[in-house]
Design a protein around this ligand. Structure first.
Ligand code: IMP
Length: 205
């Protein structure tokens, strides 16, 4: 029995990926980033964050819903005592485009004044959501405020943003998986992919 739980834990940390969800697979056009690539990058980000925040009192703030998968994986690669909090935001606008008007659906549960805060985002597209969140959180006077984003769509941000930890730069296409949805589906795909055009058409008819 000795080491049993640890052995189990190690094999989980060894990134055994689950099988595909067949009902989702037929809607996938192209896999942009495999699950293995994501997990390797998330492990690297966790190692960098561990070094950068050693001796600090780190609070991870996840932006729901999309960041829940990244939060779970990333936090287990940060070898430091951590606290967690979450915000939920919605941006008004069409299904696959942000309007820049952000509404806070769920606010933080704790005061962040004087805390070292790392905001964890799934994807930065126009950057308007992140820009709003950063301004909002800065006004609460944290000791530091940095961003970790798994994906940044290259070259299309409408505001200048300083993102300290970036997983991948991707082309400006709509993607799903690893927490990201289209019409609330596909969040549990272990990889990042584009959808067949017909899937969007179906959703609007
Ligand atoms: P931004 O304000 O344009 O940067 O958009 C940010 C939010 O829009 C993200 O946190 C996602 O919730 C959503 N979003 C933007 N691009 C995508 C995408 O390609 N797939 C899924 N959701 C996206």
């Amino acid at each position: 029995m000795e080491g049993g739980a640890l052995t189990q834990h190690r094999s989980e940390a060894g990134h055994t990926l689950p099988g595909p969800v067949s009902e989702h697979e037929r809607d996938i056009d192209r896999v942009l980033i495999t699950g293995e690539e994501i997990l390797a990058t998330v492990a690297d980000l966790g190692a960098r964050i561990t070094e950068d925040y050693r001796g600090k009192d780190l609070l991870l703030v996840g932006v729901l819903k999309g960041a829940f998968v990244l939060m779970a994986d990333l936090s287990r690669h940060i070898r430091l005592p951590l606290e967690f909090d979450f915000m939920a935001v919605s941006s008004y606008g069409a299904a696959t485009q942000t309007s820049g008007v952000v509404r806070i659906l769920k606010d933080l549960e704790q005061d962040i004044e004087g805390r070292d805060v790392l905001l964890v985002e799934d994807i930065v597209d126009s950057g308007l959501t992140l820009n709003y969140l950063l301004r909002n959180l800065r006004s609460r006077r944290p000791a530091s405020l940095e961003v970790c984003a798994l994906l940044v769509k290259a070259g299309i941000q409408r505001v200048a943003l300083d993102i300290r930890y970036v997983g991948f730069e991707i082309p400006p296409e709509f993607v799903v998986g690893y927490g990201l949805d289209f019409a609330e589906r596909f969040r549990n795909l272990p990889y990042i992919a584009t959808l067949k055009p017909g899937v969007y058409a179906e959703a609007t008819t």
